[in-house]
Design a protein around this ligand. Structure first.
Ligand code: CMC
Length: 428
C-alpha cells in the first residue's frame, strides 16, 4: 500500500497520497484537496510547493548536489561541451557521435537572422539594455516563423524551432551588444564552434582580425554549462506557465528572458559588479556595507549571496570560483574589484548573521567576475546567463508539453472589499 498522510479539518480526516521521486524526495499530493475539502493551500513564493514532477534536473540544496539527467554538474563542466549538454537536457540522454554531429550541424546552419530583424534592432535607443532587446527579439522571431504558432505541431517542427532558438540566441545577443555601442554587427561564421562564434560576433571589428582565445572559449563553455538548467526556478517556472497556455515556444522563452532579468534572479551577476564598484568607489571599507545588509530597515542586500535552495554551498559557485582563478591567472588580469570581492567573501563567510541564515556566495557572485575578466561588458552579463539557460528552458517547456500538463492557474484567498454598490462620481 502506498504511503499517505492524514489531514484533519474540523471533524473530518482526509488521506492524501504521497508522491516519491527517484532520489526519495517526498511530496504530499494535494491535487484533489479543494474538490474534497473546499480548502486550498497558501505558499507565497512557492517555497514549499512542487509545481510538477520532472526528470530533467536533480538538486539537493542541503548537500550541494546538482545533476542534469543524472550526470553530476562537476563532470559535465569538466568534460562536456555546451551543445552536448543542451542535447542531454532537451532529449534526455547524451548524444551519440552521429546525433551530436547532426545536432551541431543543424544549429550551425541556423545562426543567421532574417535581415528584417536588423530594422527592429536599429530602432532601439543605443542605451537600451540588451536584456530588453533580447526578450523582445526572441518573441519577434515567432513572427518570422508563423508555422511555429500552429497547434499540434509535429516533432520535426518543434525540433526545428529548438534548433533555431539555440542557433539564433547568440547572434541576437551579440547584435544587441553591438547595437548598444553603435558598432556594425558581425555575421555568424560557420567555421567556428558555438562559443567561438559568439565571441567573434561580440568582439571582431572591421578594422582588425579577431581569433577567439582558447582560454576564453573554455571558460565560456564551462559557464554556459553551469547555467544550463536549475529545475523550477523563477524563469523556468515562467516558461512553463506561459507555455501551459499553449503560447508558442518563442513567446514562452521570451518570458523566461524577462523573468531572468530581475536582480534577485539572473540580473544578480550584473548587480554584483555594480555593488563591488560602489564599495570600491566609496572607499570606506566593508563594514558599512555589511551593516547595511544586516539592517532590516535598509533594503540593501549583498548581491551574489544567498539562494532559495542552496543553504550550505552552491556547487556551481565552487566550480566557477576555481575557473575564475584559472582565467585570471592565465590571462594575467589584475582587477581591484576582484580584490574587494575576495575580501567581502572572506568577511561574509565568517560572519554569524550570514552563517546562521545559510547565506553563501552563489553562482552569480563569481560569474560576474569571470565575465568581466573575459572582456564581456557588465550589461551583457545577464544575457550570458540567458544563453546558458536556454536549453534548460526548452527542456522544461518540452517536458511540460509532452506530459500534457494543464494550464497553470493558481488560486488565491481574496482579502479585498466585500460587495458594495457603485455610486456616481458626484456622490463620492
Ligand atoms: N544579503 C543580506 N541578507 C540576506 C540576503 C542577502 N543577499 N539574502 C537573504 N538574506 C536574509 C534575509 O534578509 C532573511 O533574513 P531574516 O530571516 O532575518 O528575515 C534571510 O536571509 C532569508 O532570506 P529570504 O529573502 O527569505 O530568502 P529567499 O530564499 O526568499 O531569497 C534570494 C533568496 C536569492 C532571492 C536572496 O538570498 C537574495 O536576495 N540574494 C541576493 C540576490 C542574488 O544574489 N540572487 C541570485 C541568486 S543565484 C542565481 C539564480 O539561480 O537565480
Amino acid at each position: 500500500m502506498s504511503e499517505t498522510v492524514k489531514l484533519s479539518i474540523e471533524d473530518k480526516t482526509y488521506e492524501l497520497p504521497v508522491i516519491e521521486g527517484s532520489e526519495n524526495e517526498k511530496a504530499i499530493d494535494i491535487s484533489k484537496l479543494r474538490s474534497q475539502t473546499g480548502y486550498i493551500t497558501i505558499d507565497t513564493g512557492f517555497k514549499n510547493t512542487g509545481s510538477t514532477t520532472s526528470g530533467i534536473t536533480f538538486l539537493d540544496g542541503e548537500k550541494g548536489i546538482l545533476r542534469y539527467r543524472g550526470y553530476p554538474i562537476e563532470q559535465l563542466a569538466e568534460k562536456a561541451n555546451f551543445l552536448e549538454v543542451s542535447y542531454l537536457l532537451i532529449y534526455g540522454d547524451l548524444p551519440t557521435k552521429i546525433e551530436y554531429e547532426a545536432f551541431k550541424e543543424n544549429i550551425t546552419n541556423h545562426t543567421l537572422i532574417h535581415e528584417d530583424m536588423r530594422i527592429f534592432l536599429d530602432a532601439y535607443p543605443t542605451k537600451a539594455h540588451p536584456m530588453g532587446i533580447l526578450s523582445a527579439a526572441v518573441c519577434t522571431l515567432s513572427t518570422f516563423y508563423p508555422e511555429s504558432q500552429k497547434q499540434n505541431r509535429s516533432v520535426e517542427a518543434i525540433d526545428l524551432t529548438i534548433q533555431r532558438l539555440l542557433a539564433k540566441l547568440p547572434t541576437l545577443a551579440a547584435w544587441a551588444y553591438k547595437n548598444s555601442i553603435g558598432h556594425p554587427v558581425n555575421y555568424p561564421k560557420n567555421k567556428y564552434n558555438y562559443c567561438e562564434n559568439f565571441l567573434q560576433m561580440m568582439f571582431a571589428m572591421p578594422a582588425f582580425e579577431y581569433e577567439p582565445d582558447p582560454v576564453i572559449v573554455d571558460a565560456l563553455n564551462k559557464l554556459l554549462i553551469l547555467h544550463a538548467d536549475h529545475e523550477q526556478n523563477c524563469s523556468a517556472s515562467t516558461v512553463r506557465i506561459v507555455g501551459s497556455s499553449q503560447a508558442n515556444l518563442y513567446a514562452s522563452i521570451s518570458s523566461g528572458v524577462s523573468a531572468l532579468w530581475g536582480p534577485l534572479h539572473g540580473g544578480a551577476n550584473q548587480a554584483v559588479i555594480g555593488m563591488l564598484e560602489k564599495i570600491m568607489n566609496d572607499g570606506g571599507g566593508l563594514s558599512k556595507w555589511i551593516n547595511k545588509a544586516k539592517d532590516k530597515n535598509d533594503s540593501f542586500r549583498l548581491m551574489g549571496f544567498g539562494h532559495r535552495v542552496y543553504k550550505n554551498f552552491d556547487p556551481r559557485a565552487k566550480i566557477i570560483k576555481k575557473a575564475a582563478d584559472d582565467v585570471l591567472e592565465k590571462l594575467g588580469i589584475v582587477d581591484p574589484v576582484l580584490d574587494i570581492a575576495k575580501e567581502l567573501e572572506e568577511v561574509v563567510l565568517n560572519d554569524e548573521y550570514f552563517q546562521s541564515r545559510g547565506l553563501y556566495p552563489n553562482v552569480d557572485f563569481y560569474s560576474g567576475i569571470i565575465y568581466r575578466a573575459l572582456g564581456i561588458p557588465t550589461e551583457m552579463f545577464t544575457v550570458m546567463f540567458a544563453m546558458g539557460r536556454l536549453p534548460g528552458w526548452i527542456a522544461q517547456w518540452k517536458e511540460m508539453m509532452e506530459d500534457n500538463q494543464p494550464i497553470g492557474r493558481p488560486r488565491q484567498i481574496y482579502t479585498g472589499e466585500t460587495e458594495r454598490n457603485y455610486t456616481s462620481i458626484e456622490q463620492r
